[in-house]
Design a protein around this ligand. Structure first.
Ligand SMILES: [Fe+2]
Length: 469
């Protein structure tokens, strides 16, 4: 049953053959249709003794090392790691490539219990006032089992600064997850920072949300996340809310393990925040926190959007877990209430692109909005709107729940491209007017762009309909 099998378009849909589900993904674009046919098997988690989860050598050696931006402008980095047996030091020693002088930043240590699991010692250390565009080495732990990594700070915030982001969602820890991460690492368009649109470890799919799978996930992604910032969005698999076992604090494992610089953007919670990085302004929203009128997230976003200066950061990017435009038969309408609350703001402020996950497939929209409805006028269809963002669903990181292969038919006109394959994307900003976007499926060679488009900036090139090819 290996290899590609091609069926005519009349065979669209899912076929049950010999117990395997074969999916025929339909791709249509501006009247052009192609098919990409692929065997769908359930993605399987890598076993606990897998090499990608291996422990670093040495007693109490730091593990699960990961970094994210540590301030609002890119001169700070939060370094996080876990020591399994004893706290050890929470300090990070760091130095530039060419300097003999070493600096030290002091961090904090925390831990948590979840049902019958007790975490290791989780360290978070914010390094501030770094030089822009500079490679730093950094060391965590002490003594002979200390570990050294490196990162490169972004260029100073400015309108024409080229910068390349990767985009991954719903990663999990299957063999397919590993392929997705490898494809991202091997992509000749080198992502310098990863935009992660939620659903990290999928530990909650295990009995009692076995948090050991949070630890294995941390070790799995270290090979990327220790060297470049992962900008994190919370998904539903971060909730870990199980009142039956008295676990009623939403996001407990996630917020203990992953710190973000939310205070730097005057947010009051780590689940929604913003950063500037090079020529991009990135707003992270929470699908699973209150977003109705008068709520903290609503008030924050209302105050936040007018602060974005497109002469400084031309590219306005929004990350959210649950997509607002989704034409798959999965998580149908789940993003709708948030869309109703916030879509008009995103159009008003000319957001360039919204990346979402949640649906385990890929979809890219045309520039459309659906903001005219007022209860009585009946105007409730998406319409072409050059001020609207492109909506990209990229929940196809490869987690154990498998692909969302079932689509609504016919494909709605606002849906420019959709395909149920695992993959990742890159958003490659060239200057204030142009960014090249491409989506890469795991079945292809590392350089193959399965879907791509040139983004014309909504502020600087508002009249170019860049969602048309
Ligand atoms: Fe999700």
């Amino acid at each position: 049953m290996g290899g590609m099998i091609r069926y005519p378009n009349s065979c669209l849909g899912s076929l049950l053959v010999l117990g395997l589900v074969l999916n025929v993904a339909v791709v249509s674009n501006a009247g052009k249709s192609t098919t990409f046919v692929r065997k769908v098997e359930k993605a399987v988690d890598m076993p606990l003794d897998s090499d990608v989860f291996r422990l670093p050598p040495g007693h109490n050696a730091p593990q699960q090392v990961h970094i994210t931006q540590g301030d609002h402008v890119g001169k700070g980095v939060i370094v996080s790691w876990v020591t399994p047996i004893s706290p050890g030091s929470s300090s990070v020693v760091y130095w530039t490539e060419n300097s003999k002088h070493k600096y030290k930043a002091k961090g904090i240590v925390t831990k948590y219990k979840y049902y019958n699991y007790t975490s290791g010692y989780i360290h978070h250390c914010t390094i501030k006032n770094l030089e822009y565009n500079t490679k730093y080495n950094y060391k965590v732990g002490t003594g002979k089992y200390a570990r050294t990594f490196w990162f490169v700070t972004p260029p100073e915030v400015g309108p024409d600064v080229p910068y390349t982001f990767g985009v991954i969602g719903d990663l999990g820890q299957t063999f397919d997850s590993n392929k997705t991460l490898t494809h991202y690492e091997m992509n000749p368009t080198k992502g310098k920072t990863l935009l992660f649109v939620g659903d990290l470890s999928y530990a909650d799919n295990y009995p009692f949300h076995d948090n050991v799978r949070w630890d294995t996930w941390g070790r799995f992604v270290e090979r990327s996340a220790a060297y470049q910032p992962w900008i994190l969005t919370a998904g539903n698999h971060e909730l870990d809310y199980v009142p039956e076992i008295n676990e009623t604090e939403p996001f407990k494992p996630y917020t203990h393990r992953y710190h973000v610089p939310y205070k730097a953007s005057e947010s009051t919670a780590p689940l929604w925040y913003s950063i500037k990085r090079a020529s991009a302004y990135i707003i992270v929203l929470s699908s699973y926190s209150a977003y109705g009128k008068y709520t903290p997230q609503y008030e924050w976003l209302q105050n936040e959007l007018p602060k974005v200066n497109r002469s400084e950061t031309p590219w306005l990017i929004v990350l959210v877990h649950s997509p607002w435009y989704n034409s798959y038969n999965y998580h149908y309408m789940e993003g709708e209430t948030m869309r109703v609350m916030y879509e008009s703001w995103l159009v008003q402020y000319k957001v360039d692109v919204v990346f979402a996950g949640h649906v385990h497939a890929y979809e890219r929209s045309e520039r459309v909005s659906n903001i005219a409805y007022n209860i009585t006028n009946g105007l409730c269809k998406p319409v072409k709107d050059l001020s609207a963002p492109v909506y990209i669903t990229i929940g196809d990181g490869g987690n154990s729940e498998g692909l969302a292969a079932n689509m609504t038919e016919p494909q709605p006109s606002y849906s420019a491209y959709r395909e149920a394959s695992f993959g990742h994307a890159t958003f490659d900003i060239k200057n204030r007017t142009h960014a090249h976007y491409s989506w890469h499926r795991n079945q292809d060679g590392y350089a193959v762009q399965a879907d791509s488009m040139w983004f014309h900036n909504r502020y600087w090139r508002p009249d170019d309909d860049s969602s048309d090819h």
